[in-house]
Design a protein around this ligand. Sequence first.
Ligand code: 3HC
Ligand code: NAI
Length: 696
Amino acid sequence: MSVVTSARHGDIAVISINSPPVNALSHAVRAGIAEQLTKIKSDGGAKAIVLICDGRTFVAGADITEFGKPPQAPGLSDVIAMLETNAVPVVAAIHGTALGGGLELALGCHYRVASPDAKWGLPEVKLGLVPGAGGTQRLPRAIGPAEALKVIVTGAHQPAKLGHQLGLIAELVEGDLKAGAIAFAQKVAASGKAHPSLRDDTSKLTATRADRSAFDATLTEVLSKSRGLEAPVACAECVKLSIDTPLDEALKAERATFLRLVAGDQSKAQRHLFFAEREAARVPGVGPDVKPRKVDRVAVLGAGTMGGGIAMCFASAGIQVTLIEQSDDNLKRGLGIIRKNYEASAKRQGRDIAGVDKIMALITPKVGLEHVADADMIVEAVFEEMALKKTVFTALDKYAKPGCVIASNTSYLDIDAMAAVTKRPGDVLGMHFFSPANVMKLLEIVRAKATAPDALATAMAIGRRIGKVPVVVGVCHGFVGNRMLAQRSKQTELLLLEGALPHEIDAVVTGFGFPMGPLAMGDLAGLDVGFRSRKDRGVRAEIADTICEAGRFGQKTLKGYYRYEEGRRTPIRDPEVEAIIVNASKKLGVTRRQISEQEILGRMIYPMINEGARILEEGVAARASDIDIVWINGYGFPMGKGGPMHYADAVGLAKIRDDLAHFAKLTNDPTLEPAPLLVKLAAEGKGFASYKPGKA
Ligand code: 3HC
Ligand code: NAI
């Protein structure tokens, strides 16, 4: 059956798109709309047309899978031109999400009506693109250039209600959308008025043409957040054109920009991430037949840095939380921090402080592990000590109800060992949140040896419910993210020892696109944690340890690898640190040398990729793209580079292999020798993307 059909309802023709899952504008859909418009015209008699979608959503955009393939007529712009110049008015009826090309299609219609819970937006920027079918020109004409700029540069989904207020949506339809849209179409057809076309309507541009200050202020604000990405800047440039460039000329410029970006590396990387995130949801061994268990109440153990943030994640999603500590004092302190965080975000977002009480009421503070008894899921976030974790898991086995999923938030420890002290290892797994837990998107879900598929499915489902990006990983020291990070940390210490200074390393890493370099990051997170862990393990890092021995634990002591002024977070170079570094080189007999930016970059990134190769080969990650999702959402890897493994494929594995072999010789460190999988794929001229999924 055709994916686009039409039917008559009296003198209103209704075109329906039915192309699951999201009615993307594939060639068949574009051709189908064009065909139906032509048919309705030749049939005659229709006074207006309603364009509506079956299934879960209005058109969610161009078909991303067609990008990079030869274009097939009719193009989306051709279809939009047909709608815009149609003799009888066309009403777009929106439910679900009208996104990207979907919204552009609706902007080509004369009117838009929507269900009150519908969303709209132009998320192309998230795919490294500008809207390519008139969005940057017609949206400013619909809602004004400054508002359109915000919508386009952030790519965020907007509520229908806002669209109605801004004049984009003519009417919100309660109840049956199709019936409401037909009634609306009858009304406008009978009105005898000329039907508005955004092509001819410049009324919303007038104010900005007269005074550009508001637009320019928004422009500066949105561009300050572009973080080295081309697309936000290109979007802003296109929207700027909408103010006074003739429409057809501006549309041509927009199209040229779209075509330039779609062929570029950043957009390829961002499209890779779009599909990678969805692929990460497919867990080997957990098919669609595996149903998650029901979770109404969660118990969180420990109200410290992580436990507090984790409790917030659940409460913010409306889930009841029992927050358990060892003492009332600890509970009071933890709850105080949670409240302060909620109040600060309510203030920032201009929300009512009363809402905070409502959320806080979802958190029940308790002392004693026996209070886990009514929880459907437990997330343990007590101190990082195996002996303590085992004691806690033994107690949980006694108190938790049957079927309760028991998770540890451990950063490094062996989940199998925790599972082994219980009589229900199938219910045990890791749920590794990232700090600050209420903000960071990544959730590593650690599958232990005996973890049951439905326990895993439960953790994945709850992860999504609380707005995280869950990725399943296997048990090993540090899982995927921290295990790879350890390679970077090791190289950071070595580079300092061999001749680099903190600001030089950080400049290279931020130049690559990370929001912070490793040393500034260490100062922010606190250097004492690693110091303590090295002491426990009996390892010494001469520079890092000397810095801590000097009482420099990072920002919290106003001194770390840099110094800080009271109340400010800007790292300032500190001669005292540079002396510590130079002395450490002398002490260990290392002759300092000038290290090139290229070498610094190679040693910051390639050893992590090498570890990623080992992780893949061991099956700790199911596929290379899962590793990318971990690094993008947990560690600020630059989005435009698509994650470490995608970046490796873009650079070429042969180069990475050769550089690693060179670094291994240079530093006399056999762990830098290229991993077997990297060597194999490089020899075959392949990339990590081609590596067949293993089992996480
Ligand atoms: N093209 C191709 N496939 C798409 C797609 C698109 N635009 N949007 C979603 N899909 C696919 C997904 O890959 C997924 O496939 P899978 O089941 O095989 O993994 C399936 O549709 C369902 O998607 P989700 O799992 O994401 O479903 P949700 O219900 O969670 O979300 C959504 C629905 C909000 C529509 C979300 O899919 C989304 O944000 N889609 C992308 C929207 C977008 O970026 N549109 C702009 C495209 S670029 C464009 O339009 C250019 C134009 O200006 C010329
Ligand atoms: P923290 O020291 O801030 O908090 C731990 C809390 O657990 C303390 O408040 C303590 O009183 C409480 N606690 C200890 N024993 C308890 C018991 N028997 N019953 C109830 N509460 C108990 O530690 P943090 O940083 O929150 O770490 C917790 C866990 O999260 C660790 O396993 C850590 O490795 C992991 N983690 C830490 C991250 C971080 O950045 N801090 C990031 C990701 C994971």
